[in-house]
Design a protein. Structure first.
Length: 162
């Protein structure tokens, strides 16, 4: 195990105001998904904002951006939670609740075990990634860096068998 933790921030623009009934499915899922994250292998910490797990802020020229921030022991743990199970099902339905934002909306970076980034720091990492591309300072899911600052080899995509 490394002395570093993997920080991940995601940004999403709400399709409707928080009090709009069309967001009920999303808002009803927040607590169960948060409990699932906290019970997931590799989960360390999540920022607790006014929307249960996120801060609503003005970013990317929009006043309605939710910023979600958490820490994980490693990428495989984050990946398993994000794309498999309950969270993955909600992720596939995100168009109901969120407007697509142009550009990169997820940034990852390594932090010391005793550090807990705040939303301003997380947004700064995301903006850095958008401006400069993936590096050890901030990277994407597809182009990741190791805690020692070296890039991980590019993952080979598996093509479906015919």
């Amino acid at each position: 195990m490394t002395d570093e933790l993997l920080a991940v921030v995601t940004a999403a623009a709400l399709r409707h105001p928080l009090d709009d009934p069309r967001l009920a499915g999303f808002l009803d899922a927040v607590d169960p998904v948060n409990r699932l994250a906290e019970a997931s292998p590799g989960f360390v910490w999540r920022h607790r904002g006014p929307v249960g797990h996120a801060d609503l802020l003005d970013a990317f020229g929009r006043p309605d951006v939710l910023l979600n921030l958490s820490l994980w022991q490693d990428y495989p743990s984050l990946h398993a939670f994000t794309y498999r199970g309950l969270h993955g099902r909600y992720l596939s339905a995100r168009e109901r609740w969120f407007v697509p934002l142009p550009g990169i909306t997820t940034a990852l970076w390594w932090v010391p075990h005793d550090q807990r980034p705040d939303p301003a720091t997380a947004l700064a990492r995301l903006l850095y990634l958008r401006r400069h591309g993936p590096s050890a300072r901030a990277f994407t899911v597809l182009r990741r860096w190791r805690p020692d600052g070296s890039p991980e080899p590019a993952a080979r995509r598996r093509l479906p068998r015919r």
